[in-house]
Design a binder for this molecule. Sequence first.
Ligand code: MG
Ligand code: MG
Length: 248
Amino acid sequence: MIEVKNKEQLDRMRSAGRIVAEVLEIMKEMVKPGVSTEELDKAAEEHIRSYGAVPAFKGYNGFPATLCTSINEEVVHGIPSLRALKNGDIISIDCGALYHGYYGDSAITLPVGDISEDNKRLLTVCDESLKLGIAQAWKGNRLFDISYAIQSYVERNGMSVVRDYVGHGIGTKMHEEPQLPNFGKPGRGPRLEVGMALAIEPMVNLGGYNVETLKDEWTVVTKDRRASAHFEHTIAITENGPEILTRT
Ligand code: MG
Ligand code: MG
């Protein structure tokens, strides 16, 4: 069952979402050549805890950090470390926070210094696919209208969407029903209703969609080791269409 949130619950989700959005704004300032992903993680955790909120990923299934930091061919779930960012890298930063009982979840992919034309296009296409997906989150539409909007745009641009990881409902749990794939046929899936909250999160690869997990048992990489990007927002479906909850 897909939970429908009332106004008060959505207010709480807005507060959690704002904290996550602020963290990602801080990341935009911090990401540059020479910075380690551990430094990013520390700043993110400090900001979340300054509100009395809790980093949502830390300890989730044993994940050791506040952020997932995934560089270049890494798709999701990269673990922050002493690794310093290099000019030309792209880094996806995924952040979740729990505040007053509700979760916010959002991700961006940022360029480090000057990046290749291919990587620029990858970031643009992934970000745009998220916007197109969100634009389908109206009451009365079907869940996979979102999926289809993302997949068709990405594939029209010669890239692929990851199959093995998907978006999700979100609320008092970070991962609620439904699962929201970034691929699918329009006009299918549950009908969207006012009060549903979804984390929409396209993961887009320059090459093929196949992925595998490294020996650290967390870091997911593309099988062909070509670059991957990830953008995510937590949104709510309102009478007036989609509202992005993870924004400042
Ligand atoms: Mg996320
Ligand atoms: Mg998510």
